[in-house]
Design a protein around this ligand. Structure first.
Ligand SMILES: Cc1cc2nc3c(=O)[nH]c(=O)nc-3n(C[C@H](O)[C@H](O)[C@H](O)COP(=O)(O)OP(=O)(O)OC[C@H]3O[C@@H](n4cnc5c(N)ncnc54)[C@H](O)[C@@H]3O)c2cc1C
Length: 318
């Protein structure tokens, strides 16, 4: 049986939800899946990932190294384990941490690397990925092993596939100390759900007019059952929302099930960040706004009226 590895990102010792879709991508070819916990313990990782079909959780250690704060040594240790377990591919999230580690590992192994993948066919070595800031999609055939792929969060749907995973302790042999130390990780300014992992996002544009007015979107997000709130660059540049809420080419790339754009014109730069949303709904006062040519459902109207009405209906029906 072929084996595929998955970098499994954890925060506060909990597996990030978006990893489950990556595991589904790794299981497409019915491969045996090896999880590599990143920033968490093997035990906590095992409890979460075995429900999604992972069979082995690698408990990685390097003598004298603290892997959670030493990305260079961590990458070398994972590369060593990939060789040891003869993995044919290694997948991870296309997150800042995932991109950093996957690129280092690909360099160490001299392996083909594809980032921001929306689909993978590991059997054929074919990936579909976003190109030119999301303006085009490319289908690439990768040659060489192991294939190293960063998967856009939520691009592949997670699929429960319960089994009993084993923990495999592995002492990696790594020469030389890493030159980088992560000393502190600061939490994002916004306290809402991470945009890249959200199933539903409601975003506001320039006509939000103030940071205060974003409360309207936060209330609607709560009524939607814990949606995340995003913003266009115009709203961020005007100081109405922090940069970690920005969706688009120079913000975050998101793939929710539902994206509600409120008072957003639909520039190519904004669209680049949310066009893989499954359903796009737009609310705009201008019936000629470009967003209406790109959405599944469009509502011509004032965003404040529409969002308040939607929140009321949702609250009444809950
Ligand atoms: C290199 C580069 C990178 C960029 N990166 C990004 C990026 O990452 N993300 C991003 O978003 N942009 C980005 N931009 C900016 C982008 O080009 C647009 O300027 C920006 O997306 C516009 O934001 P907006 O739609 O909120 O504002 P506007 O273009 O001003 O549109 C506001 C819309 O709201 C409508 N409206 C007005 N009042 C109401 C109301 N009361 N109710 C409902 N609708 C109303 C208007 O009809 C209009 O369509 C980038 C630009 C460049 C050059």
């Amino acid at each position: 049986m072929l084996r595929t590895g998955v970098l499994t990102e954890m925060n506060d010792n909990r597996v990030r939800e978006a990893n489950f879709g990556v595991i589904a991508g790794a299981r497409e070819g019915d491969d045996e899946v090896y999880a590599f916990p990143v920033n968490g313990t093997a035990d906590a990782c095992k409890d979460a990932v075995q429900t999604y079909g992972v069979e082995k959780v690698v408990d990685l250690a390097v003598e004298g190294a603290e892997l959670s704060s030493d990305p260079e040594t961590l990458a070398k240790a994972i590369a060593d384990a990939v060789r040891h377990f003869e993995l044919k591919a290694l997948l991870g999230l296309n997150s800042p941490r995932g991109r950093d580690l996957l690129a280092r590992i690909a360099t160490i192994l001299d392996a083909p690397l594809a980032l921001d993948c929306l689909k993978v066919d590991l059997g054929q070595g074919i990936v579909t990925k976003s190109h030119f800031s999301g303006k085009t999609l490319a289908t690439l055939k990768l040659s060489g092993t192991p294939l190293i792929c960063g998967i856009r969060p939520n691009a592949i749907r997670s699929r429960p596939d319960p089994r009993e995973a084993d923990i495999l302790p592995y002492q990696a042999s790594v020469e030389g100390a890493g030159r980088i130390r992560v000393k502190e990780v600061k939490k994002a300014e916004s306290e809402t759900i991470d945009l890249t992992e959200a199933n539903i996002i409601i975003s506001g544009g320039r006509p939000m007019n103030s940071a205060e007015n974003f409360k309207v979107l936060h209330e609607c997000a709560d009524a939607l059952g814990g949606a995340a709130v995003g913003a266009s660059r115009a709203a961020v540049d005007a100081g109405f929302a922090p940069h970690d809420m920005q969706v688009g080419q120079t913000g975050k790339t998101v793939s929710p099930q539902l994206y509600i754009a409120c008072g957003i014109s639909g520039s190519i730069q904004h669209f680049a960040g949310m066009k893989t949303a499954k359903v796009i709904v737009a609310v705009n006062t201008d019936e000629e706004a470009p967003i209406f040519g790109k959405c599944d459902y469009g509502l011509v109207g004032d965003l404040f009226e529409v969002v308040l009405a939607l929140t009321e209906v949702l609250k009444a029906s809950s």
